[in-house]
Design a protein around this ligand. Structure first.
Ligand SMILES: Nc1ncnc2c1ncn2[C@@H]1O[C@H](COP(=O)(O)OP(=O)(O)O)[C@@H](O)[C@H]1O
Ligand SMILES: [Mg+2]
Length: 622
């Protein structure tokens, strides 16, 4: 029911996503938690409230001074205008307004810093929480959906955070003052003005709940829009769309979600407008009702002067705006609670892989560089609740001594990459134990563990930054000489030097300005700069042509020398010299030994080798 009437307009996985979080997540103590966000700003808030109160009090003064100006300055009893007195009073009026406006600027500054401060805190906390999440979270969740929570949900509450406090305080003061004045003037007439207020509060709450539900749907649609943008307008997305001439359908997909967004926005804005119209009508007709009731009271012998009636209706009409203001703020707060719930839902995410209590640093002794897998099993969590987990690895055991070279080979989908990911704890083994430098990786501090592992995978990620900055990512304080040395060892220095901007060349989004082989060599140079005890090479040359492969292979040999190396290889030629080769098939190690031993065994490895040499012998098509 929270999904709105437009289900089914999005793509299939979009509606699946929506079904998953069809309503705003229930966060207990939501209000309490929102209040807690303001904790660091208590001082500023106190000053803000004081300023609002002072400004409110000051607005009372000018009318009083105006009265003095008339009665004592312009038309005193003496009959002659009292100029000095008038000047003093006018001066007073100028001063009061100037001070009040000055305080207003100060107050705006405070509300801006508090509101935006809370927003910035939320954003940073969210980002930092997401940084701690395990890899699996990101393989499960669409990037755009994550980005949308940071951008659209946090952005959406920003306005509420900035304006609520001053609006609530300011309007409350005015409303209370007006009520006091009205009660003093005539409590009977005041009753007319307040009799409907409880009803207003009840209706307002209902309207607010409806708005919150629509807001949830709006934010989901916005996150879908972001996801489409992020997927379609990236280099890979554009390449894909162009390759299959799908631009028109991509646009249609976007347009349909945009349409949905539009309808939701309009619905969200229109929810409550009727309510507010009724409230306004009520406030506008109260004076008329007052005349009527006064007439009745007068007929029954009560004493009500014309002055009282005029004064009462004047004060009452002043009440309208602030009261409506309060109702609107309350509504905004309820609407934003949907957004807060989405933000807190992410803040409450618990990383599946985190440092254990009292986690250790990797011991820097002669065990450093040893990697052991002991009866390791692994299953991916099911993608949907209720499904069976997917078993990927079964009883995998091996040991690599420091400085040795082990290779993992086997058919695609056998589980090689998964084995590799278990070592830096990108995933946690679900059975058995992975040991690094003799210690169970679950007992090591992740940061310390990752410091000692370098990874070169098939796809290298480069930032949209200069080559120098991309290399420095591995070692923030690397000198230019170190960077050049690493690039030389990785066979990439000459290439970089040939670019007009050398190391200051900007590589473009994800490094699309570099060829595959160049990117791989930059990735290797990164690993060399990091200088880890263990390197993990996951099909680092598989995507390359044979010329690039040879150059990259030389760089890889440089990276591997003197380090423990776990190489996952597609082409057996790159690992024939490995100290041990493990043949992985369907999540199990089915054969192990040296190249020669495995060939002699005549099993899967021998078959793979025969297949590949046959390919090599075949004449290449021109
Ligand atoms: N994030 C994931 N969620 C579920 N299954 C996955 C995930 N990643 C990989 N798999 C599955 O795990 C199996 C092993 O994958 P992988 O380790 O990448 O194999 P390899 O590197 O040997 O080609 C494959 O069947 C693959 O479909
Ligand atoms: Mg793989």
């Amino acid at each position: 029911m929270t999904r709105g009437p437009h289900r089914g307009t999005g793509s299939r996985d979009a509606s699946a996503q929506r079904a998953e979080n069809a309503s705003a997540p229930r966060i207990p103590d939501l209000r309490q938690r929102i209040v807690t966000l303001f904790q660091p700003y208590r001082g500023r808030l106190a000053v803000t409230i004081t300023l609002v109160l002072i400004t409110a009090a000051l607005t009372v003064v000018p009318p009083l001074l105006t009265q003095r100006a008339f009665d004592d300055g312009l038309f005193p009893r003496s009959g002659h205008p009292d100029l000095p007195r008038l000047a003093a009073i006018v001066g007073g009026i100028v001063l009061v307004w100037a001070v009040s406006q000055g305080l207003g600027v100060w107050q705006t500054y405070l509300t801006a810093t508090v509101g935006n401060g809370v927003t910035a805190d939320l954003r940073t906390r969210l980002f930092s929480r997401l940084q701690q999440m395990e890899l699996g979270f990101f393989t499960r969740t669409r990037t755009g959906v994550i980005q949308s929570r940071l951008a659209n949900d946090v952005g959406g509450v920003s306005n509420v955070l900035s304006n609520t406090v001053s609006s609530v305080v300011g309007n409350t003061v005015t409303v209370i003052a007006a009520f006091v004045a009205m009660t003093l003037l005539s409590w009977q007439l005041t009753l007319i003005a307040v009799v409907l207020i409880p009803l207003l509060v009840v209706v307002q709450r209902r309207v607010g709940q409806r708005r919150a539900r629509i807001a949830t749907a709006t934010q989901e649609s916005l996150s879908e829009l972001t996801a489409i943008t992020q997927e379609a307008l990236s280099v890979s997305g554009i390449l894909l769309a162009k390759a299959f001439s799908r631009q028109a359908s991509e646009t249609a997909r976007y347009a349909s979600e945009s349409e949905r967004q539009l309808r939701l926005q309009v619905r969200e804005q229109m929810t409550g407008q009727g309510f507010f119209a009724v409230v306004q009508v009520f406030f506008l007709v109260v004076p008329a009702l007052v005349y009527l009731v006064s007439g009745v009271l007068l007929t029954n012998g009560a004493v009500i002067t014309a002055g009282t009636i005029v004064a009462f209706t004047t004060v009452q009409s002043r009440l309208t705006f602030p009261l409506l203001g309060l109702l609107r703020v309350a509504l905004d707060l309820q609407t934003s609670s949907a957004l807060f719930a989405r933000i807190f839902e992410y803040l409450d995410l618990v990383p599946a892989i985190a440092d254990a209590e009292g986690a250790l640093d990797v011991p820097r002794d002669d065990r450093l560089g040893r990697v052991e897998l002991v009866h390791v099993g692994f299953e991916y969590p099911p993608s949907r609740a209720g499904e069976q987990p997917v078993r990927i690895l079964d009883d995998v055991s091996f040991t690599v001594e420091p400085g040795r070279f082990i290779a993992l080979v086997g058919p695609s989908g056998a589980g090689k990459t998964t084995i590799g990911y278990l070592v830096p704890r990108l995933y946690d083994a679900t059975a058995g134990e992975v040991r690094f430098a003799g210690v169970d990786v679950k007992r090591l501090r992740q940061e310390s563990l990752l410091e000692h592992i370098g990874v070169v995978s098939q796809e290298t990620y480069l930032f949209h930054a200069t080559i120098r900055d991309n290399l420095r990512y591995a070692k923030a304080d690397a000198s230019d000489d170190e960077i050049r040395a690493a690039a030389r060892a990785a066979n990439i220095h000459e290439t970089i030097a040939r670019f007009p901007d050398g190391y200051d060349t900007v590589v473009g989004e994800r490094g699309y300005r570099l060829s595959g082989g160049e990117k791989q060599r930059i990735a290797i140079a990164r690993v060399l700069l990091k200088d880890p005890a263990v390197v993990l090479l996951d099909e680092a040359t598989s995507a390359l042509d044979s010329v690039s492969e040879r150059i990259v292979q030389e760089a890889l040999d440089a990276a591997a020398s003197g380090r423990t190396t776990i190489a996952i290889a597609h082409r057996l030629s790159t690992i024939v010299h490995a100290d041990e080769i493990l043949v992985v098939d369907a999540g199990r190690v089915v054969e192990r030994g040296t190249h020669a031993q495995l060939l002699a065994l005549g099993g899967l490895y021998a078959a793979l080798a025969a297949e590949q040499s046959a390919e090599l012998d075949e004449p290449q098509p021109a």
